[in-house]
Design a protein around this ligand. Structure first.
Ligand SMILES: Cc1cc2nc3c(=O)[nH]c(=O)nc-3n(C[C@H](O)[C@H](O)[C@H](O)COP(=O)(O)OP(=O)(O)OC[C@H]3O[C@@H](n4cnc5c(N)ncnc54)[C@H](O)[C@@H]3O)c2cc1C
Length: 487
């Protein structure tokens, strides 16, 4: 079949986040011409990378990194050739960024977190970011510069829609993208690298693949809608790690804003005054609200499982808490709502009360009626919590932080939804970053990197995602550039 190509390059990269940067810069340095297709408008590219905490993992030893990743995967094993390449490449992230003019700085101030210190190899964890830690998006700014200072064309507002595949050889020849509602056919002479992130904004995929959540909202980019999964599946890809994600946490989501709002009181280390609990639809508490989950996982009978999030959930607070300052944790260190949406939450919460994002009741019973809970049950729940506070011990969930009674009326409720940083699942890839079919054979000329089919199958070490984007972005580009151009 003859195609009328609108654009062409040796390597076509779909998505401009960390993985897209690493793939496109590596391909360019190896002499390939590169086009990046990006769904977002200029200024909103960068995906989750743009609004992340900006830390990336650079492991200190290959042997320890192998042990640690295998331990993180636990019973959800990953093929050893993948683990080996991950471990070898994760040690080289700093060296690679420094060679391009970056300024790797190790995280010195809390939270420097080895997420699972008891696991073998955990001492390999070293977290870095670029340059001095002021402002936000500082590591992303380096990534953006590395692309923009090279002759790599970025086509904004041009989402990849489908992959163009040779009917007989099954090779991927290019991408059908869309711009201004029209098809744009982009020829990839050597290969296509999918780096278009996860399915954080695709509620159907969330219902189908994430464990235990009927819906879930992102604190990252609203443009990650699982497009790479649909594109890869349509050309025969297998999927993996679809049930693993960096979540859930609990956050406010309102229709007016694309991404979720984190609440001060639910932040592990913050201790605003006044009382706060979270209840499920039965009006009862279900967890230690202040427990520091491991990216959404909590210990259950000696195993780590996703935090249970019986929806809809309600954060119940008293007037002492409400009047102490903004309920929203709007400090712009990370998160799309803070950095890109820049929603200005009122200092006294009055604007959000008027919008109905916060519901008020003169008594606990009145508040329960206003949000559709059983008044007697909610009164009993609050009574038990207040007794726990008086006795200095949470008899239900052993919470130790912010042990203040819900005492001073009026009372308030904020509906909480499950929220996440990012999904880990997507098309399965091999140690060459080739996307593979269910039988393990690669789909010719198709590669991926980043959270779209990440290696993380079970437990997650913070900064591992950006580290993996850099590592497998380089791997994907090296193998794609080594292909013989087909035309
Ligand atoms: C608030 C927050 C904090 C985090 N903190 C950290 C941290 O400190 N360290 C860490 O390692 N990880 C962190 N993570 C996770 C990490 O940010 C992501 O896993 C990582 O950035 C993923 O990079 P990526 O390049 O794979 O995808 P992204 O950075 O999400 O980029 C994907 C890009 O693809 C584009 N796109 C989507 N669909 C299409 C399409 N059809 N065609 C073309 N383009 C498309 C998107 O617009 C986007 O620009 C955090 C995540 C969040 C949300």
């Amino acid at each position: 079949m003859q195609y009328k190509w609108d654009e062409e390059a040796d390597v076509v990269v779909v998505g401009f986040g960390a993985a897209g940067m690493a793939a496109s810069v590596t391909a360019h340095e190896l002499g390939a011409s590169v086009i990046i297709l990006e769904k977002a408008p200029e200024g909103e590219e960068g995906g989750n990378t743009r609004v992340a905490g900006q830390g990336y993992l650079n492991t200190s030893s290959v042997e320890s990194a192998i042990a640690y990743l295998n331990a993180l995967c636990g019973p959800f094993t990953v093929p050893q050739p993948m683990v080996q390449v991950w471990a070898e490449e994760m040690c080289k992230n700093n060296e690679w960024l420094a060679s391009l003019g970056g300024d790797p700085q190790e995280h010195q101030h809390p939270p420097v977190g080895i997420e699972f210190p008891d696991l073998p190899g955990a001492d390999c964890v070293h977290k870095f970011h670029d340059g001095p830690t002021y402002g936000y998006s500082y590591t992303w700014k380096l990534f953006e510069r590395l692309v923009k200072e090279r002759p790599i064309r970025v086509l904004y507002e041009t989402p990849g829609r489908t992959l163009i595949q040779n009917d007989i050889t099954k090779e991927i020849l290019g991408v059908r993208a869309q711009r201004d509602g029209k098809d744009v056919l982009v020829k990839a002479r050597k290969g296509v690298v999918l780096t278009c992130g996860g399915f954080e904004n695709n509620q159907e995929m969330i219902r189908n693949y994430l464990p235990g959540v009927p819906y879930c909202y992102t604190s990252g980019s609203p443009y990650n809608e699982g497009d790479g999964i649909t594109m890869a599946m349509s050309v025969g890809a297998d999927l993996w790690h679809m049930n693993n994600y960096a979540g859930p946490s609990m956050a406010l989501k309102v229709p007016e804003v694309r991404t979720s709002f984190s609440m001060q009181a639910l932040h592990y280390s913050k201790q605003p005054p006044g009382g706060m609990i979270v209840v499920g639809p039965d009006g009862r508490r279900f967890t230690d609200e202040k427990f520091k989950t491991r990216h959404g996982k909590v210990p259950v009978n000696g195993r780590w499982l996703p935090l249970s999030t019986p929806c809809p959930m309600y954060m119940i607070i008293d007037h002492a808490h409400f009047s102490a300052g903004p309920l929203y944790d709007g400090h712009p260190s990370h998160g799309w709502t803070q950095i890109v949406e820049k929603y200005e939450w009122s200092e006294d919460n009055s604007k959000e009360l008027a919008k109905g994002w916060i519901v008020k009741g003169a008594s606990i019973a009145a508040l329960a009626s206003a949000i559709g809970l059983d008044p007697a049950v909610l009164e009993a729940t609050v009574g038990r919590w207040n007794q726990s506070c008086a006795g200095g011990k949470d008899t239900e969930f052993n919470r130790t932080l912010m042990m203040a009674p819900i005492a001073q009326g009026p009372f308030y409720a904020v509906e909480m939804s499950p929220s996440m940083l990012n999904t880990q699942g997507g098309p399965r890839r091999n140690e060459k970053a080739q996307i593979v079919r269910p039988d393990g054979t690669p789909i010719p000329r198709l590669y991926s990197s980043g959270e779209l089919g990440s290696i993380y199958s079970y437990l997650y070490q913070g900064t591992g995602n950006l580290g993996e984007c850099l590592a497998f972005g380089r791997v994907a580009a090296r193998h794609a550039v080594a292909e013989t151009a087909w035309g």
